[in-house]
Design a protein around this ligand. Structure first.
Ligand code: HAM
Length: 416
């Protein structure tokens, strides 16, 4: 027997039921992004290694999928959408508005150890604003993120926020010739994933004295909020983020190197497998790429985790309650069945036609039953003669005759 071929670990298939849920949430997010004035962008999955490497920090760099293409060029799969977009901004600067608000919803790739909420191919939904260093745009990003969560219906959410400048101010004094401040920040970032003791051990291993490690952790745990960050939070409140959702968290560090100002992560009490999204200000990334000053701030939802959180809260139960309708088909009454399906679809009533007109009615009904159709519209000779259809409720087993011209009204008025 041949070996069964399955998918590569960490790269997932989405069968129609799952895909439907994903599309619902993606459409909700897209609508909020567009309502807030963001324009769509797509970039290729493959980038040159010289773009990808050295932008995220040494831990993340190890997770970039890199290889030689068939022509011997050093390429890699995109690790996020921030660095590829920074390339686009620098490459097409003259074609884009001064303040460019873009959204991007595509898959990214990370060679991670897989576990729940951690995949190797996953979708991110990004919004970023380029060209402004005003706190208004930082606040706008926070407000749009909150509006998405509200539109999806996910509650018990927190936006944990900090400022890289606060971290740099308090931690720079502990950096030395072997441990730079970014390396300290990368370990501080792990404080919510590993124990304080393990974080301390890591910092000592990196080359700090035990006393310095204790003192830096004390400093960072007790660090006060900056005026700049308080300003951003105030503006976000004016834009509609309720009090209490944004929470100053002095130990939040964000793992990626390119952040320079506000940093934040979204969590929900319902979801315990990591943050649902993260972002921040990164004013130097584009300058480092091409020497042009373009300040930037943005955020990415981790779409796959968001879907898992929605599943846990039962959000899909409310969203997916449209009835599933199937129309039967007989070889001598093909035209009439096709005509009913045409009317339903012209009136935006989602419906399927049974796909083999040589099958007996009983087989068609048992197919509908097995595939969870809620209603079957039966067209037999008697119905065609009368100008009716029989609507069978597959849940209760009850049937009733409906005049063809009233089928649309019948389904529109159904209470389900
Ligand atoms: P990030 O924190 O690396 O930030 O990723 C953002 C989100 O993607 C995370 O909060 C998480 O929900 C999701 N995520 C990360 N890794 C995985 C994984 N292996 N499997 C499933 N989901 C995952 C960024 O990528 C930045 N580029 C965000 C940004 C946009 N900053 C400014 N603009």
């Amino acid at each position: 027997m041949k070996n069964k071929i399955t998918n590569v670990q960490g790269f997932r298939d989405f069968l129609p039921a799952e895909k439907k849920k994903r599309d619902l949430i993606q459409n909700t997010i897209t609508k909020i992004f567009e309502t807030s004035g963001f324009l769509a962008l797509e970039t290729p999955v493959l980038e040159k290694q010289e773009l990808l490497l050295g932008k995220y920090g040494e831990d993340a760099d190890k997770l970039i999928y890199k290889f030689e293409d068939n022509g011997g060029r050093a390429v890699g799969l995109r690790y996020d959408q921030t660095v590829p977009s920074a390339r686009v901004i620098s490459q097409y600067k003259n074609d884009l508005p001064k303040f460019f608000k873009r959204y991007q919803i595509q898959d990214v790739f990370r060679a991670e150890k897989t576990q729940r909420g951690r995949y190797r191919q996953f979708k991110q939904c990004d919004i970023d604003i380029y060209g402004s260093n005003s706190p208004i745009v930082d606040a706008e990003i926070l407000a749009v993120v909150y509006n998405c969560l509200r539109a999806i219906g996910l509650d018990k959410v927190k936006i944990k926020i900090n400022d890289r400048q606060i971290l740099i101010k308090y931690l720079s004094q502990y950096a030395n010739s072997v441990v730079d401040v970014m390396s300290i920040i990368r370990t501080v970032d792990k404080l919510d994933k590993i124990t304080e003791l393990d974080a301390k051990k890591e910092l000592v291993m990196k080359g700090l004295s035990e006393d310095n490690v204790n003192s830096l952790l004390f400093d960072i745990i007790n660090a006060d909020i900056s005026d700049e960050l308080q300003n951003i939070i105030d503006y976000a409140t004016y834009l509609g983020v309720p009090n209490g959702v944004i929470e100053y968290t002095s130990i939040l560090a964000r793992g990626l190197d390119y952040y320079t100002g506000m940093i934040f992560e979204v969590t929900s009490d319902y979801y315990e497998h990591g943050s649902l999204g993260g972002g921040g200000r990164y004013d130097n990334l584009i300058n480092n790429l091409v020497g042009v000053d373009v300040p930037a701030v943005g955020f990415a939802f981790g779409f796959d985790r968001l879907i898992e959180a929605c599943e846990i809260t039962g959000i899909f139960n409310n969203m997916l309650n449209e009835p599933k309708i199937m129309v039967t088909v007989m070889d001598n009454l093909l035209k009439e069945s096709l005509s009913v399906i045409k009317i339903l679809r012209q009136n935006s009533i989602k419906s399927s036609i049974y796909s083999d007109y040589t099958d007996k009615l009983s087989k068609q009904l048992s197919y509908a039953n097995k595939n969870n159709f809620d209603y079957v519209i039966i067209l037999g000779e008697q119905e065609v003669e009368e100008g009716t259809v029989t609507v069978k409720n597959m849940v209760t087993g009850e049937s009733e005759k409906v005049i063809v011209q009233q089928v649309v009204t019948y389904f529109r008025n159904l209470k389900y």
